[in-house]
Design a protein around this ligand. Structure first.
Ligand SMILES: [Zn+2]
Length: 122
């Protein structure tokens, strides 16, 4: 995924991409009749749909970034927040929480921007 931060003077101000990695941890007070918190396949469907439709090979730019018009014309997606790892992981947490079955909660979600840098939401 690519992004550009407008209210920031570091390297991430420029248009660029990261090989993000997402780690999702769920929990439940009880197991289902199969002995699962949730079938990994069902969780992967939720997470992979999010990744395929919104993250993989996409470019995010804050809608208040002065470059947004030109970037939208090139196929970028305008979002309502600076696309920092912290804001992206918060957005993903919201989408995943809404998609999880009632008795299952999102315990933790981690978004690695690099192998040594990540944002964690618990
Ligand atoms: Zn960056």
């Amino acid at each position: 995924m690519g992004h550009a931060l407008h209210n920031y003077e570091g390297k991430c101000h420029q248009l660029h991409g990261h090989n993000y990695q997402l780690e999702v941890t769920i929990e439940s007070k009880e197991l289902d009749e199969s002995g699962f918190v949730m079938d990994f396949g069902d969780l992967k469907k939720i997470v992979n749909t999010l990744i395929d439709e919104e993250l993989d090979h996409h470019f995010w730019v804050y809608r208040r970034d002065p470059r947004v018009r030109a970037l939208i014309d090139l196929g970028a997606r305008a979002v309502g927040f600076e696309p920092t790892a912290e804001n992206i992981v918060t957005y993903f947490a919201t989408v995943i929480r809404e998609a999880l079955p009632d008795k299952i909660t999102l315990a933790q979600i981690e978004l690695y921007e690099t192998s040594t840098s990540k944002a964690v939401l618990r």
